[in-house]
Design a protein around this ligand. Structure first.
Ligand code: HDD
Length: 708
């Protein structure tokens, strides 16, 4: 058990074998009937037990987060690697140091009760409980952001949230106000490419990257500072679902990601990421064709590789959602010696927003005393009082300097882990202006587009057709086409075709409405993307390393009574050996009678399950089983959907008949499709091996119509 978990024990409550009491510890003999004047008479005001219970209930809710309201979190540990000691003096980055963490993932736009599978950015916030105090790395699963300056954040969020007159739509960017804002905010185009890509619909929170987004500084023991960008790389690789699937999952299981993380941890399949940094020497600050302080830009990994610093393992689910996941309070300003900020104007504004929002959300200045937020490093200062103060500060003084308390608490020098801000030289006029080095909005959007495979490009085009198709005002669609033309002609063309619109003829259109009243608009107008921006492999999911394994992948086995036990066993054994999770799904719940051997427990019925909740499907042999499934439209839909979503499918013996029935354009064509593996023989068959090989590929995009 790590330090933080031990410390949390102070606040854990367990009612096992205990009496029911009031909040004052009074044992209650009847918690089900209120105190009345006669058994049919009015309830008495005197009933303090009723009043306490109802009052507490009435006050149970706190404001949800204004953004990132829907989230899920887990405890874990971060272990620093033995390398790179020279980069930062932060204690938690020193070789072999293990630090407790609490990590919260989230969607951005939706309310607390919205679906996990919204097309959206995912928050990736990690709280490190270090020996030198709390360090929060509050990032996203995309390395860039929509806007360059924090002052625009309320506008961005107002545009994407449900529209204010009717509060529609929930957890969706596919509506007029969002695209209206984007169509006149060209700096968002790079981020738009990411949000329209499959990165916005992850298969699992365990299978997505994380990024600190801004450029930060690491400072070593000698005081040498370097610029860095933080990266989290998932050990399971990066995987996504397809958009049709995402929409279906939102109905079948809106808690899909939350459940996936919870179940994996409960099963002992701990989620792991490697933390790395791209390092830029101070003297190289201006050697790029973009500004390191601009959060709409990334540093291509071909230019600056990611250096690994350590590994995070999430290995324990919270005990209580509200106490931990809801009350955890992240803030970029939770910093430790050895790490510091840059002047990125998005970062600088965030430094104000996070504490401010916790004051509202958690109700006062003592939110750092809530158990999940408490530092494991001791806290001593002269801050006092406030709502719900927990700490009982001893002594006569609460100010400094003082003599009465011998000057305590003392200030700490750098040699005692005292924090000092990096002494960056700053010199400038006080001015509300965007640096000219920020005025390039399309080159990296094009870099992203160029880096995608044809399948990934097709998905981006389809996403834009969907999103803009939901927009009602045609002039917004047209303005978006003008934006897309600045990025790439083919992309814009394909989107225009889907919208039934003509492509705008000129690239030279003034599009940026975010220009100050007295400024020269030309100074704020980005040029269209250059033709020679090239590509970067790291930006494509398909070329991402780590695709090999099928560990924790969910496989549905469709069967009914009479299923061939030998088929099922061979497949299950092979898949389980590779770490996949096999679920037996039948027309009904209970026990399944195979053609031989013992009855088997059914994990789910065709009514409770759906193909979108699984990564792959297998239909074993056995005539009675296959005949029974052929009578079930849900079984046919199960396989058909898995095929449409390009998933691996296997069948053996009579199970192949079910596959044939699901074919929309010829049974033979279906059986020959990539990722469909079948076998007529039982025992000694190499079907499990072939199926595992197919599953390692994740999806078979040749089944999908390419638009590019
Ligand atoms: Fe933010 C929450 C990530 C820009 C203001 N943000 C929040 C969370 C994440 C991020 C992961 C959820 C933390 C949790 O799980 O509790 N935010 C980002 C990233 C950004 C970003 C990666 C850009 C690089 N955010 C941003 C700006 C502002 C905010 C520019 C305001 C000026 N963010 C907030 C907030 C939230 C928040 C209002 C809502 C709940 C909270 O802070 O605790 O303060």
């Amino acid at each position: 058990m790590n330090e933080k978990l031990k410390e949390l024990d102070r606040n854990r409550e367990d009612s096992t074998d205990q009496f029911l009491t009031t909040n004052q510890g009074l044992r209650v003999s009847d918690d089900q009937n209120s105190l009345k004047a006669g058994s049919r008479g009015p309830t008495l005001l005197e009933d303090f037990i009723l009043r306490e219970k109802i009052t507490h209930f009435d006050h149970e809710r706190i404001p949800e987060r204004v953004v990132h309201a829907r989230g899920v979190a887990a405890h874990g540990i971060f272990e620093a690697y033995d390398s790179n000691t020279d980069l930062s003096r932060a204690h938690f980055l020193q070789p072999g140091v293990k630090t407790p963490v609490f990590t919260r993932f989230s969607t951005v736009a939706g309310s607390r009760g919205s679906t996990d599978l919204a097309r959206d950015v995912r928050g990736f916030a990690v709280k490190f409980y270090t020996e030198e105090g709390v360090f929060d790395l509050v990032g996203n699963n995309m390395p860039v952001f929509f806007i360059q300056d924090a002052i625009k954040f309320p506008d961005l969020i107002h545009a994407v949230k449900p529209e204010p007159n009717n509060e529609i739509p929930q957890a969706a960017s596919a509506h007029d106000t969002f695209w209206d804002f984007i169509s006149v905010t060209p700096e968002s185009m790079h981020m738009i490419m990411w949000v329209m890509s499959d990165r916005a619909i992850p298969r699992s929170l365990r299978m997505m990257e994380g990024f600190g987004v801004h450029t930060f500084r690491l400072i070593n023991k000698e005081g040498k500072a370097r610029f860095v960008k933080f990266h989290w790389k998932p050990m399971l690789g990066v995987h996504s679902v397809v958009w049709d699937e995402a929409q279906l999952i939102s109905g079948r299981d809106p808690d899909f990601h939350r459940r996936d993380l919870w179940d994996a941890i409960e099963n002992g399949d701990f989620a792991e990421w490697e933390l790395g940094v791209q390092v830029v020497e101070e003297e190289d600050e201006h050697k790029f064709d973009f500004d390191l302080l601009d959060s709409t830009k990334l540093i291509p990994e071909e230019l600056v590789p990611v250096v690994p610093l350590g590994k995070m393992t999430l290995n324990r689910n919270p005990d209580n959602y509200f106490a931990e996941t809801e009350q955890v309070a992240f803030h970029l300003g939770h910093l430790v010696p050895g790490i510091d900020f840059t002047n990125d104007p998005l970062l600088q504004g965030r430094l104000f927003s996070y504490t401010d929002t916790q004051l509202k959300r958690l109700g006062g200045p003592n939110f750092h005393e809530i158990p999940i937020n408490r530092s494991v490093a001791p806290v001593h200062n002269n801050q006092r009082d406030g709502h719900m103060r927990q700490e009982i500060n001893k002594g006569q003084t609460s100010y400094s300097p003082n003599k009465i308390a011998g000057g305590c608490p003392f200030q700490a020098g750098q040699d005692m882990s005292g924090f000092t801000s990096y002494a960056e030289r700053v010199d400038g006029q006080k001015i509300r202006e965007r640096s000219e080095s920020f005025v390039d909005h399309y080159n990296q959007a094009k870099l992203f587009w160029n880096s995608q495979s044809d399948t990934e490009k097709t998905h981006i085009v389809k996403a834009l057709r969907f999103e803009l198709g939901k927009v009602k005002m045609e002039d917004i669609r047209k303005r978006m086409l003008v934006q897309l033309v600045q990025v790439d002609q083919t992309l814009a063309n394909l989107v225009a075709q889907g919208l039934g619109l003509d492509l705008p003829s000129s690239k030279d259109v003034q599009l940026n409405l975010g220009v100050p009243a007295d400024a020269d608009p030309a100074k704020y107008q980005s040029k269209p993307a250059r033709d020679d921006v090239g590509s970067s492999q790291a930006l494509s999911i398909e070329s991402h390393p780590g695709k090999q394994g099928i560990k924790t992948r969910q496989v549905a086995v469709l069967a009914a009574d009479g299923v061939k036990a030998a088929d099922l066993k061979a497949m299950k054994d092979a898949l389980t050996a590779e770490g996949a999770m096999v679920k037996l799904i039948a027309p009904r719940l209970g026990m399944l009678k195979p053609d031989s051997g013992e009855a088997m427990k059914i994990d789910g019925s065709l009514q409770t399950e759906a193909s979108v909740l699984y990564d792959a499907v297998y239909v074993p042999g056995g005539k009675a089983s296959a005949d029974a499934l052929l009578q079930e439209s849900d079984a046919i839909r199960f396989v058909r959907e898995a095929f449409q979503h390009c998933k691996p499918i296997a069948a053996s013996g009579e199970g192949v008949e079910l596959l044939k029935t699901t074919a929309s354009s010829g049974a033979e064509k279906l059986l020959e499709s990539d990722g469909v593996v079948t076998s007529t023989e039982t025992g000694g068959s190499d079907l499990p091996e072939k199926f595992i090989k197919a599953m390692k590929q994740h999806r078979f995009w040749s089944r999908e119509k390419s638009l590019v």
